[in-house]
Design a protein around this ligand. Structure first.
Ligand code: 2P0
Length: 324
């Protein structure tokens, strides 16, 4: 029996768009931070997975058994091309709502690949490729701290690899509050949304030109621990990603009324100086960054201003380690 646990990651510069749909090869590089939950509630932003030899490949996700889907098959096929291993029963549990814009596929495939790395020898690049074949953003959840996923240029994806570029200990005061504003499943999957954007958004090519600068500037802000620069770049990239979603045709909306309230609250709070940053994935839930000194007042702000938000819907995280 082989066990693994993988955290979620949140993109600071978003992956949105594929140059190869079947290999999950992205149109642009992305930069993320791996999140480690530090509240001791039932809600932990991790996936726990156990694999064991079985007479056929099967998956039990949150207690429900099914045959492996195409993505899992693709991932297992690649892993078996490196070194053969028997059929497996995969038992996997998300310790948070599945498909609620909380990147469950990222932690899920990172946990699967890490559990299988107990059965066969895999180097970091092979793990990254295997996780990416399951779900693009999963290759980032394998690694610690701030993680860069390089888009690569090869058509086989051999150079579309992620790696840790800044260790978690570099910026210990950086906190992330995850505000769970809705646990509902999204109406348009990320894969479908990306495809629509690539084929229909007129703004999208101009985003692709800007992404390398976003990444370079953000890396400099992180290296210098410059929170206000970091915050502006993170909020701008999130807004641009949602703008190209809205520029797709028909438009794709991932934010809801509560998400927009969060955006207004953050800009109001930042009027004198920039102390909070928001970013949103393909869903309405908010990821709020701040420094430790600001944490309590940030929580009070959202609890008092977002209707229905309770302490139990806020998950406090730090920059953490990847799958293990
Ligand atoms: C990201 N997202 O960089 C971006 C930002 C959502 C918004 O990666 O089809 O589940 O499995 O490769 O990784 C979500 O897309 O898509 C995602 P697939 P994935 O985190």
């Amino acid at each position: 029996m082989y066990e693994a646990e993988a955290p979620v990651n949140i993109a600071l510069v978003k992956y949105w768009g594929k140059r190869d749909v079947s290999l999950n090869l992205p149109t642009n590089s992305s930069l993320s931070v791996t999140l480690e939950t530090c509240t001791s509630s039932d809600l932990q932003l991790v996936t726990r997975t156990i694999v064991e030899p079985h007479h056929e490949d099967s998956v039990i996700l949150n207690g429900v058994e099914s045959a492996p889907n195409e993505r899992i098959k693709r991932c297992l096929k690649y892993l078996r091309s490196i070194a053969d291993f028997p059929c497996v029963k995969v038992r996997t549990e998300n310790m948070f709502p599945t498909a609620a814009g909380l990147a469950s596929s990222a932690s899920g495939y990172a946990a699967l690949v890490t559990a299988i790395s107990g059965m066969i020898p895999l180097d970091a690049n092979q793990k990254s490729i295997a996780a990416r074949l399951g779900s693009g953003s999963a290759c980032r959840s394998l690694f610690d701290g701030f993680v860069l996923w390089e888009s690569g240029i090869q058509t086989d994806g051999s150079d579309s690899i992620s790696k840790s570029i800044i260790a978690p200990g570099h910026w210990p005061e950086l906190c992330c509050l995850v505000l769970i504003l809705s646990a509902a499943e999204k109406a348009v999957s990320s894969a479908a949304g990306m495809e629509r954007t690539v084929h229909t958004s007129e703004l999208f090519p101009s985003r692709l030109e800007k992404v390398p600068d976003h990444i370079a500037h953000l890396l400099r802000a992180i290296e210098q621990r410059d929170f206000s620069k970091f915050a502006e770049l993170v909020m701008r990239d999130s807004n641009q990603f949602h703008a190209v979603c809205m520029d797709s045709y028909p438009p794709v909306f991932y934010l809801n009324e509560a998400s927009r309230t969060v955006i207004h609250l953050v800009h109001g709070y930042n009027r004198e100086n920039v102390r909070l940053a928001y970013t949103f994935d393909a869903g309405p839930n908010a990821f709020i960054f701040c420094l430790e000194a600001e944490l309590q007042s940030a929580k009070e702000l959202f609890l008092s201003q977002i209707p229905g938000l309770a302490t139990s819907n806020i998950v406090e995280c730090r920059v953490g380690r990847g799958a293990h």
